[in-house]
Design a protein around this ligand. Structure first.
Ligand code: ADP
Length: 454
């Protein structure tokens, strides 16, 4: 049985894992960088070890130091959270070889799904629809152009090692393709140390709809419904909700089945997400699998009442999932707004600094996952998300009304945040009517005066 867990992460997700462990009577070890001494997860974990300097490369990405800390503190397992080393197959392998349980899938599954071209190929062979495009990475510009012409413009060039919306370029014709192909390769090389790219059809104004998967080590694979994550800026999610206002019961069923098929094809274990794009006609296409817990997991938790972090710990302990697909109830609507320390009126420039007054909303149907508090200084070294506001209710209108009410109560003084932007979106008829596609944010920003979200 797992008795002590090292949390190889920071911020709100580290705190989320501390909380789940505490409720299960599991001890926690926080590892932190010199810039995170003040963070709540460091203060609330049972033990904490500083593993290096502020830059991620000197701390949260240092597998060697994290494993040393695990050995010194004698932990049974490591929870990687999201980002950092969470989808690093080598790190999962290192944990395995040191006899420390990696709370996540087997390194083999991470490797298979971490290469987007291999992932696509694997699920396509299992009968899951994928976006038309090159079979695997393209070897040269000449080959890439041929593929682009064959599938027809516009196309999207994507890094096989991609993540976080980076290394993706859209081309509308041969001329722009020649330029974007090289930009994508360079970006991918810089960001991921791997310049390999593949080409696929650019789906115009799709919805991003993903399915949460739980799989145990005994062959049971279940889905916990979808999350609609169409509200994105530069391919980065801002708002997520479940159920999707777009899906019909029939489409939901078909996509849920396909998601389970895709996870099974990866011989998957633990929590994961199958991401799809859905076009206006309701055609859906697999784009990738995330082999870790996701930022937006609370949306699913509040819809289904299932604690995903606790399930991850149970699965890592070798336990069977003690419910079946038919037992999962989807009787609530939940929505999440990502609260970022950014100035939406100034092109979302990061706004690190010291928070003066901090007051988070509460009351019925409200959840706040955040590691910050009054007087906390946001370090400039990491991503700008400082919290997640989740609201839920019996239906979409109730959840959205509650979100607007909660955003109005949320006070974060001293820095700029995305709270006013979220309020403006919650009042926008296109969003309220459930019509947002991945093109929504760009259209919204173009037609909305900036004083509405400052
Ligand atoms: P990442 O791993 O970097 O997050 P994804 O493959 O998950 O990249 O894609 C992120 C987002 O990029 C999608 O949600 C969607 O908005 C856009 N996108 C990706 N592939 C396509 C495509 N073929 N057509 C249109 N948009 C796409």
């Amino acid at each position: 049985m797992i008795q002590k867990v090292l949390i190889a992460n920071r911020g709100e997700i580290a705190l989320r894992i501390v909380r789940a462990c505490r409720e299960l009577g599991i001890k926690t070890l926080a590892v932190y960088s010199e810039a995170d001494v003040q963070s709540l997860h460091v203060q609330l974990a049972d033990e904490a070890i500083c593993i290096g300097g502020p830059k991620s490369a000197d701390s949260y990405l240092r597998a060697d130091r994290i494993i040393s800390a695990a050995e010194i503190a004698d932990v049974d397992a490591i929870h990687p959270g999201y980002g950092f080393l969470s989808e690093n197959a080598k790190f999962a392998e290192q944990c395995e070889s040191c006899n420390i349980k990696f709370i996540g899938p087997k390194s083999k599954s991470i490797r298979m799904m971490g290469d987007k071209a291999i992932a696509k190929d694997t699920v396509r062979k299992a009968g899951v629809p994928t976006v038309p495009g090159s079979d695997g990475p393209v070897e040269s510009e000449g080959e890439a152009v041929k593929v682009a012409r064959k599938i027809g413009y516009p196309v999207i060039i994507k890094a096989v090692a991609g993540g976080g919306g980076r290394g993706m370029r859209i081309a509308h014709n041969d001329v722009s393709f020649a330029k974007e192909y090289h930009v994508a390769r360079n970006e991918a090389e810089k960001a991921f140390g791997n310049g390999a790219v593949y080409v696929e059809k650019y789906i115009e104004k799709p919805r991003h709809i993903e399915f949460q998967i739980l799989a145990d080590g005994h062959g049971k694979v279940l889905h916990l419904g979808e999350r609609d994550c169409s509200v994105q800026r530069r391919h980065q999610k801002l708002i997520e909700e479940s159920p999707s206002p777009f899906l019909t019961p029939g489409l939901r069923k078909a996509m849920g089945k396909a998601a389970v098929k895709a996870a099974s094809a990866a011989d998957y274990e633990n929590a994961g997400t199958i991401e799809f794009l859905v076009d206006a006609k309701g055609n859906f296409y697999f784009i990738e699998m995330n082999t870790r817990i996701q930022v937006e997991h609370p949306v699913t938790e509040e819809c289904t009442g299932i604690d995903l972090i606790k399930q991850q710990l149970r699965i890592a302990d070798g336990l069977k999932l003690d419910f079946d697909q038919g037992d999962i109830k989807f009787d609530r609507h939940a929505i999440e707004c990502r609260i970022n320390a950014e100035d939406p009126a100034r092109n979302f420039t990061p706004s690190p600094g010291t928070i003066g007054l901090y007051y988070s909303p509460g009351g019925n149907g409200v959840r706040v996952d955040s590691h910050v508090y009054s007087g906390y200084t946001i370090p400039p070294y990491y991503d700008s998300m400082i919290g997640k506001l989740i609201t839920y209710g019996p239906n979409r209108k109730a959840a959205l009304d509650r979100m607007y009410r909660s955003l109005s109560e949320y006070l974060i003084r001293g820095i700029k945040t995305t709270i006013p932007l979220h309020k403006a979106i919650m009042s926008d008829p296109v969003f309220i009517e459930g019509k947002a596609t991945t093109a929504y944010m760009e259209e919204f920003m173009a037609r909305t005066p900036t004083d509405l979200f400052t």
